[in-house]
Design a protein around this ligand. Structure first.
Ligand code: ADP
Ligand code: MG
Length: 252
């Protein structure tokens, strides 16, 4: 046994915690079952990878700020006939658009499920090992604005790079008078073609001149967002309103 005395320490040093926990019992099993060495090693590695994957998913979920429960499983596509289920499923499961730094844009009036759709895609991607941050656009802009005042905007933008996907919810709530629009443009330009953005908006592009300070900035921001983008337009009744109508019907 003395040949393996240092194994726990070596595995700890290599940060292989599942292997450190399991090698003893699995070695016994391997001996009992007559596994060849490569099979034993493969089984141990599989446990390590599985445990890392689970821990990473949990960590990403905690960091993501995604609304809980707003997943694909709870999204009723029959209520959103203009939204292609296949396209949504593809964005939620195929990470290629994320590695390419592409964009997804979700338009539609209030209550139609934009936030739900965006977070459903976010949940799906986290399960595929993608780091995601969901945020209201206005609150992120306030933070970036503060960073700019403190001359730390480049660091703040760089920190956001750890998220392969940044979901900016309700971009239309940003108002150009709030002096937030400059940092919004800088964020869009910073992530262009390198890190993905997903944006929800209840304002069509034609009204985005209310968001950005100048027309030139509006055009430049839209150009960057649509360059490699998947677009969704959710045209339907407000789900919120339907639900409250149903609730009041039941009361009568
Ligand atoms: P928006 O962001 O467009 O204002 P939300 O995504 O916040 O709308 O949706 C409002 C509420 O209705 C949320 O509770 C959301 O989960 C629910 N909802 C909207 N559309 C659907 C849908 N197609 N299926 C299930 N729930 C939905
Ligand atoms: Mg919303």
């Amino acid at each position: 046994m003395h040949e393996t005395a240092t194994l726990p320490i070596l595995l700890k040093e290599l940060k292989l915690s599942a292997m450190g926990r399991l090698w003893g019992s699995m070695a016994e099993e391997a001996m009992k079952e007559g596994w060849a060495h490569p099979r034993f090693l493969t089984a141990l590695c599989e446990h390590e990878v599985e445990e890392r994957y689970q821990k990473r998913t949990e960590r990403y979920m905690k960091l993501s700020n995604l609304p809980p429960g707003k997943s694909l499983a709870t999204f009723d596509f029959s209520h959103a006939p203009t939204v292609s289920k296949a396209k949504v499923q593809d964005l939620a499961s195929n990470t290629q658009w994320i590695t390419q730094g592409h964009t997804a844009l979700i338009f539609g009036p209030s209550g139609v499920g934009k936030t739900h759709l965006a977070s459903a895609i976010g949940h799906g991607l986290i399960a595929r090992g993608v780091s995601v941050l969901f945020t209201s656009t206005t609150s992120l802009m306030q933070k970036l604005q503060l960073a700019r005042k403190n001359l730390t905007l480049p660091t703040a933008l760089y920190k956001l790079d750890r998220y392969a996907l940044l979901i900016l919810d309700d971009i239309g709530y940003v108002r150009k008078d709030d002096a937030e629009t400059h940092v919004l443009f800088e964020l869009i330009a910073h992530r262009y073609e390198s890190k993905s953005l997903m944006v929800t908006s209840n304002q069509p592009f034609s009204e985005w001149d209310q968001i950005f300070a100048t027309n030139a900035m509006t055009v430049a921001a839209i150009d960057r967002l649509v360059h490699h983008a998947t677009l969704f337009e959710v045209v339907t009744e407000s789900y919120r309103r339907l639900q409250s109508l149903e609730a009041s019907d039941k009361k009568v």
